[in-house]
Design a protein around this ligand. Structure first.
Ligand code: 4AD
Ligand code: MG
Length: 441
């Protein structure tokens, strides 16, 4: 029997018709001479019923989980009292095995069980991906990327693709991955920010969606060595404009995914209680946050009460965010704990026009700021950070040839997803996550 195969996401349109479907055995159950296969093809699931007397090239008894096959039959509504995806099933009249998966010790179900440890699961990531949860997160990820691009298009930003191989640092030298570039030292990029800044006079407001790399030395639930970084840069704006833009971007993007018929049901499954946050997001200065942490007796990393100038560590930040229970724009961090390029607040040179966006369950998902647009001030910034200005000539030139007030931010896609999909760790939000000591598969 010949027929053009259909994708499982499209089966509703073929109800009552005879079709061919391709896929993998996702679940398997035999009962009273009938075999029930839940078939998976990545786009959806379909229950297929194989009865004893159908002509076939294989014995249904030998079917195993993850075997790939083609099945032909009519898509029929379910008999009363039964349930299956989309409320219909395929009454198979013919099937053909394409690649039989092993049974016994090597069987899929014996390699990955509920009790498979985290390390082995990471080794078997290529198989774990076939699971319902892992694949749902990756489908949401694709929808979120689509939605961000749509928001940027609607908000008038242009997409660019900066290089990943660079010879400058952005976020401090300690997390750089260095490598040999034709005999010269080069690094994997930590952020495309500096390149985006150079695009403003050429292309107007810009964004990029690019991998960033951080040689993080600690193992935490929210740090990867390679992550997808959504960054944007905007010219002729104020700090308030930057905050409004960020709020707008996130709310538009959430609106798009929560009304996307392909994505919204997956989010509902993964995170049943998720609700898009109300605008405006809470604004809180760093100084007020320190006050809040003191009042709530949440100590700093040394176990002492927080004081002005302290880094707010991950645990303290999360406790604060979880207690407040909604997005927070944490603003105006001290100069000493922020990057060299951040603009100081007019009238309060202790602090910068900087913002972190914090989300319940995850903490920081966005870091941004207004940039120093004055040449002399930037030279001072290099000096304070102890970096030679020479390799940054192209970035410095930005302040010579028509400088403007401008600002931007970076959003960690995996952190955004961990929040949206209620995942415990960002590792579950990456196709093949990399972290300290893990660069495989
Ligand atoms: O706060 P960060 O370091 O800021 C920058 O890199 C700026 N240059 C961005 C810019 O202004 N264009 O990083 C931005 C965001 C963080 O808020 C976090 O969400 C994510 O990137 N991020 C990480 N995500 C996963 N693993 C890591 N190791 C991350 N480091 C940062
Ligand atoms: Mg940051």
């Amino acid at each position: 029997p010949q027929a053009k195969p259909i994708k499982l996401r499209d089966t509703i349109a073929f109800r009552g018709k005879r079709v061919k479907v391709n896929g993998w055995v996702h679940r398997l159950r035999s009962q009273k001479g009938m075999t029930f296969i839940e078939l998976r093809d990545g786009t959806g699931y379909l229950q297929c019923v194989l009865t004893g007397d159908l002509p076939k090239t294989w014995d249904a008894q030998n079917l195993t989980l993850e075997t790939s096959l083609s099945i032909w039959g009519v898509i029929a509504p379910l008999p009363e009292g039964k349930t299956a995806p989309d409320n219909h099933e395929l009454a198979a009249d013919f099937f053909e095995v394409i690649g039989q998966a092993p049974s016994g010790d090597e069987a899929f179900s014996n390699r990955i069980t509920k009790d498979t440890g985290a390390d082995l699961k990471a080794d078997l990531r290529h198989l774990v991906l076939r699971g319902e949860v892992a694949s749902a997160v990756l489908k949401v990820r694709a929808g979120v990327l689509r939605a961000f691009r749509k928001s940027y298009e609607d908000m008038g930003l242009l997409e660019v693709t900066p290089p990943c191989m660079v010879q400058t640092q952005v976020e401090g030298g300690s997390t750089l991955f260095a490598f040999d570039y034709y005999g010269e030292k080069a690094y994997l990029t930590q952020s495309s920010q500096l390149y985006l800044e150079t695009c403003l006079p050429a292309l107007g407001d810009v964004f990029c969606i690019q991998e960033s790399f951080r040689a993080e030395k600690s193992l935490t639930r929210r740090h990867l060595s390679e992550y997808t970084h959504i960054e944007a840069e905007l010219a002729f704006i104020t700090f308030d404009d930057l905050l409004s833009h960020l709020e707008e971007l996130m709310c538009r993007t959430l609106e798009t995914v929560l009304t996307d018929p392909k994505v919204a049901p997956l989010i509902k499954e993964l995170n049943p209680t998720f609700e898009a946050p109300a605008r405006p997001f809470l604004r809180m200065t760093y100084e007020d946050a320190i006050q809040w942490l003191v009042e709530h007796q949440i100590p700093n990393d040394e176990g002492e009460p927080h004081k002005f100038g302290d880094d707010i560590a991950e645990a303290a930040e999360r406790r604060m965010t979880d207690t407040i229970g909604k997005p927070i724009f944490l603003t105006k961090f001290p100069v000493e704990i922020k990057a060299f390029y951040m603009k100081k607040v007019d009238g309060d040179p202790r602090v910068t026009e900087s913002v972190d966006c914090l989300m319940p369950g995850v903490g920081e998902i966005v870091g941004g700021s207004m940039r120093m647009d004055d040449l002399e001030e930037l030279m001072g910034g290099y000096k304070r950070e102890g970096i030679g200005a020479e390799p940054y000539y192209w970035f410095t030139d930005q302040r010579k040839y028509g400088t403007t007030p401008h600002g931007g931010y970076g959003l960690g896609l995996e952190r955004f997803l961990a929040w949206l999909c209620a995942r415990y760790t960002v590792r579950d939000c990456s196709l093949y996550p990399r972290w300290t000591g893990r660069c495989t598969p």
